[in-house]
Design a protein around this ligand. Sequence first.
Ligand SMILES: Cc1cc2nc3c(=O)[nH]c(=O)nc-3n(C[C@H](O)[C@H](O)[C@H](O)COP(=O)(O)O)c2cc1C
Length: 179
Amino acid sequence: MNVKDKTIIVGVTGGIAAYKTAGLVSKLRQLRADVIVVMTDSACRFVTPLTFETLSGRKAVTSLFDDRPSPEPRHIAIADAADLAVVAPATANILAKMAAGIAADALSTTLVALDAPIIVCPAMNARMWRHPTVEQNIRTLRERGVTIVGPGEGWLACGEKGIGRMADVDEILEAIAQR
Ligand SMILES: Cc1cc2nc3c(=O)[nH]c(=O)nc-3n(C[C@H](O)[C@H](O)[C@H](O)COP(=O)(O)O)c2cc1C
């Protein structure tokens, strides 16, 4: 997909790699995409919404519940507008929610309401990545047509070497281009 003039949801969840997603949002904007960043509560502990708001030029969505009355619930409006969603980093938690269809917060609810293609970029400790439930959830998402990008091997924030690093921004952009 050529992202020019397309609306891309960037879902950010609570992992150290969330700081790298700032670079992804910046690149998407440089490619003239309209970017809506949706953050979990945990993501907001790692990177502030202000960072993503400045880079995307839009208010980051951090809650399902809008202060202002609107004709359509926020998660439905966002899901309707989206041409593609990228979840980066994707925690073990959001993978489980997506696989089970749990709609518990702004991001997971928006993803359940979404018809557009989804790309997820998992990032986690190597033991978490190899946990049978995580492997099962990844299989489920793949079978459903979700594109999984990464994770790669290397230095992990937990101080170990192994598999679990979030894919690089260029690899994610390449996966978006191929959708
Ligand atoms: C310092 C720190 C780093 C973390 N890094 C990750 C990570 O890379 N991947 C992951 O799946 N969980 C990680 N977690 C755990 C998640 O933040 C936790 O499971 C949280 O509930 C995820 O919520 P969310 O999926 O709604 O963002 C980390 C937690 C802490 C405190």
